[in-house]
Structure formats: C-alpha cells, structure tokens
Ligand binder design. Structure first.
Ligand code: APR
Length: 179
C-alpha cells in the first residue's frame, strides 16, 4: 500500500526489515544499545559486528528512550542505520505515545540531515516492548505524515511489518488518512 503526502509517500510492506533496499534502516534498539532479539537481532546479524563496535565506541552511554543514534550499516547495502529507542508499554500513563512519536521524529530528522531519499521503519515497540499495535500504528503514521507535510525534500518512508496482523493494523490507519 502506498499513500502520497505532498511530494513524499508512506509505503506499507510485509517483510523483513533487514532485507530492505533503502538509504536508511531504523533499528528497534534498547536504551543500552546492547543488541537483542526481534528486529535488533535480525539487523545486527545481517550487518555483522562492525555496527556493534561502532555503537559501543561512539555511544558508550546508550541512547535515551524516544531518541535515536546513527551508525554505518556494516555488510548491509544501505547507507545508514538509525538505532531508535521506543518506549516499553506500561499501560499508557507514562508518555508512551509521545515517546513513540519522538523516536519516529528523531529518525526522520536523521534521514533529512543525511540526505536520505528513503527510510524503512519496523513497528517500533510492538514486539518485546508490548505497545498495542493499533495505537502504535496511529502514532507512528500520524507523526510521519506530519513530518512529511513540512519536509521540503521528497522522502519515501516504508513501514516493514513482519506479520499479517501488524500489516493490517497499519493499513487500517493509513487508509483512514485518505478517507
Ligand atoms: N523485520 C521486521 N519486523 C520484525 C522483524 C524483522 N526481521 N523481527 C521482528 N519484527 C517485528 C515484531 O514482530 C514486532 O512487530 O518488529 C516489531 C518490533 O518488535 P521488536 O523487535 O521486539 O522491537 P521492540 O518491541 O521495539 O522491542 C525492543 O527488543 O530486541 C529487543 O534489543 C531490543 O530491547 C530491545 C527490544
């Protein structure tokens, strides 16, 4: 599914984030930048050890929740990895939605700063961090739409959803934007 916002667009695909041919891939990292399973595991496995070496050297203090840091991409053919830290879901009263929006915004700002024409996001926080998928889709897509409508250069933002249920949740929200 593809929807245009001004000169830019949002795409939804079902697949593996580590296989995307884009300028930048967003990793679902933790605040320690310590690596893990899910998206984090898939990206580090595909990229090789240089990425973890770079995060350790350049960001020894990790990355706060709601923020992101940039590294090279090792063996991946993309130009950059942006390691974004989404919030752990704690029931919705600890600014989780704002923090999820901020993790997207920071990654999009990095894409702009590094002149990326395309960027791929996973469904941040919806796996190990247990953020409800419908609410995550609403916040991720609305924050991205807001960014694209004010960003002066064309940018393709692809959400790469692993399973059919997550794809359907994102598709429902994106569909709602064009009704
Ligand atoms: N490609 C795309 N999406 C994937 C992939 C993949 N290869 N693997 C898993 N997913 C999906 C999950 O099904 C989920 O919908 O990505 C979404 C995010 O899941 P997680 O990777 O668990 O990310 P998150 O919920 O943000 O938790 C981050 O998990 O791996 C650790 O180090 C990471 O501590 C951090 C935490």
């Amino acid at each position: 599914m593809k929807v245009h916002f001004g000169i830019s667009r949002i795409e939804l695909v079902q697949g593996d984030i580590a296989q995307q041919q884009v300028d930048a891939i967003v990793n679902a990292a933790n605040a320690q930048l310590a690596g893990g399973g899910g998206v984090d595991g898939a990206i580090h496995r595909a990229a090789g050890p240089t990425v973890m070496e770079e995060t350790r050297t350049r960001y020894p203090l990790g990355c706060p929740t709601g923020d992101a840091v940039a590294t090279g991409a090792g063996k991946l053919t993309v130009k950059f990895l942006f390691h974004a830290v989404g919030p752990i879901w704690r029931g919705g009263r600890e600014q989780e939605a704002d923090l999820l929006r901020s993790a997207h915004r920071r990654s999009l700002q990095f894409a702009a700063k590094h002149d990326c024409a395309s960027i791929a996001f996973p469904a941040l926080s919806t796996g190990a961090y247990r953020f409800p998928v419908d609410l995550a889709a609403e916040n991720a897509l609305d924050e991205t739409r807001t960014f694209l409508l004010t960003h002066p250069d064309p940018l393709i933002v692809r959400f790469v959803l692993f399973d059919a249920g997550t794809y359907a949740a994102f598709a429902r929200v994106l569909d709602g934007f064009i009704q």
